[in-house]
Ligand binder design. Structure first.
Ligand code: MG
Ligand code: MG
Length: 251
């Protein structure tokens, strides 16, 4: 792929509607997540938003995934399966979810503190959000996908955090995962070219311990830091415009 597909304005508008549903799911989960609440309950909260907005899930049934959100706690980085686990005070919770509206997809993730906020966790989440903003800031017409990864990696590595090599962001449109891959490291000026209308999901993944290694649990889904340290995962679906990047997964 030499350049990232440019979407028609009407299709970006539909993705913006899907993105708003995802943002509403995030907001509802942020309000519901507190000590004692199960991750299965958070999945139900997200399902209720999808139903209310007459949107469908791009997570449910994806390679057999059984829920509409991924809920990953503490050392769990991505792909945690919602279930009977009760959140505890001081947990670090990463939620990833998406929505489909009229055939167009949006996908976004955030990491939040449950109850008491630990200083080290606060810094980890702050750096993750800064990395996402830095990646977005590299999204201008004529730029390259490698610019995004380079910008993200500069922030993450500069803060001393690790990041897995085998998981990354992606193109998004009629399917949740489209070309190209959007790695969380890269070389400026390399990779497919960005056009006005290119839509990408950027998703920095941080490992507090500073190592890059991750493991997949026996459930076949949950990816955890190999060093057992805490993790953060943030994501937005973003379109390149002539005025700069625009987040589609927002209210
Ligand atoms: Mg994604
Ligand atoms: Mg996602």
């Amino acid at each position: 792929m030499r350049q990232v597909t440019a979407r028609r304005d009407a299709d970006v508008a539909t993705m913006r509607r899907a993105g708003r549903v995802v943002a509403e799911m995030h907001q509802a989960i942020r309000e519901a997540a507190e000590p004692g609440v199960t991750t299965a309950r958070l999945d139900q909260v997200a399902r209720d938003v999808l139903a209310r907005r007459e949107a469908t899930s791009n997570f449910l049934g994806y390679h057999g995934f059984p829920a509409v959100i991924c809920a990953s706690v503490n050392d769990e980085l991505i792909h945690g399966i919602p279930g009977p686990r009760e959140l505890a005070d001081g947990d670090l919770l990463s939620i990833d979810c998406g929505a489909i509206v009229d055939g167009w997809h949006a996908d976004a993730a955030f990491t939040m503190h449950v109850g008491t906020v630990d200083g080290d966790d606060h810094r980890l989440v702050h750096v993750a959000e800064q990395a996402l903003m830095a990646g977005m800031a590299a999204m201008h017409p004529g730029g390259h996908v490698g610019d995004i990864g380079a910008a993200i990696h500069t922030v993450v590595a500069g803060a001393g955090f690790g990041s897995p090599h085998d998981y990354c962001g992606h193109g998004i449109g009629r399917a949740m995962h489209e070309e190209p891959d959007v790695p969380n490291r890269g070389r400026r000026g390399k990779g497919p070219k960005l056009l006005v209308g290119s839509v990408l999901a950027l998703e920095p993944m941080l490992i507090a311990g500073g190592h890059d290694d991750v493991l997949e649990l026996d459930d076949g889904w949950t990816v955890v830091s190999a060093d057992g340290s805490r993790t953060a995962h943030v994501e937005h679906t973003v379109v390149v415009t002539s005025r700069g990047p625009e987040i589609l997964t927002k209210l």
